[in-house]
Design a protein around this ligand. Sequence first.
Ligand SMILES: C[S@@+](CC[C@H](N)C(=O)[O-])C[C@H]1O[C@@H](n2cnc3c(N)ncnc32)[C@H](O)[C@@H]1O
Length: 345
Amino acid sequence: MMRFAHKSSLAVRRAAFRRAAIRSTAMTEESESVHVPVLADEIVALFGRVLAGLEGGLVVDATMGAGGHTALLLEHFPDIRVLACDQDPEILAIAAERLTGFGRRVELHQCRLTELSRLLRKLRVPPPVGLLMDLGASSLQLDRPVRGFSFLYDGPLDMRMDPGRERTAADIVNTWDEVDLADLFFHEGGERASRRIASAIVLARRQAPFLRTGAFAELVARTVGNAAGGRIHPATRVFQALRRAVNEEGEELSAGLETAELALAEGGLLAVISFHSGEDGVVKRFLAEGGRAGRWEVLTKKPVRPGPGEVRANSRARSSRLRAARRRHGNGEADQDRPAEERRS
Ligand SMILES: C[S@@+](CC[C@H](N)C(=O)[O-])C[C@H]1O[C@@H](n2cnc3c(N)ncnc32)[C@H](O)[C@@H]1O
């Protein structure tokens, strides 16, 4: 993967960015990217702790990606089955190939977190003993220029994980008004130069709409200059905010947490890996509140972070945070037909 290295001068960084952008156009669409599952040891240890008291059962990997965590769980716990979901059909196809060796122990579905509750009811599965959400995008999405997630590769300004979604990043960039764009970059990306960037976008799109990641990233980089102090690419925060809006990641996470609470068996494990401080805050508050109300036993007072060895080996693990909890009052299958409020104890 091409990386935006730690360089001291803005000019050098800009030149590096331009070189990266030029190289990217020469990349084949089928880049050789792999997705390395983050916090793998910690996930196996957590599931081991919870599954030890149970005789197998169903685990839901709600954001399966390329199937790294799914494969790990199936390898380590021979008594479980995994219902593995992802909203991205391309990723599902890759995972399907990777997981064929596990036969009927794994079942794959294209499904969003907002659809998971319905899917579980439709399949009439027993209450799961575990549910994992490893949020955000997969390297297989980020590193494919044609998916339009990356400021390092030139591609269509798209960013949809589920191609069935109607709104692309280009739609947002070219149609939202200046205040809404600024709010998005500030609240979802933590971008402090949000107003300046929004104003530059609105001015520039009068000449021509933004259709490519390369041109858009260049405009952001030109506008913010060295604001990030060279630690990250100047367009990082804006791209993250756009990706979150395109894929409605806030709403999706809330639905995933709610589904875990409604569906998990008594003693079942919820494990959530997030890469965004706002997202981690949502998980933290959800579990703290549920803990106080007796619905969850929180297993991670502080988020579990990757060790230096993992960060060295996989830079994308850097911002990962794992939180986990055990469901105190399980929900039987019959329970799943009752309204959420009634099921809350
Ligand atoms: C970080 S990757 C997961 C990687 C996986 N754990 C592994 O080890 O290979 C996140 C995956 O979640 C999927 N995803 C993100 N948000 C989702 C949502 N709301 N519903 C379903 N899948 C989602 C993405 O398409 C992506 O493939």
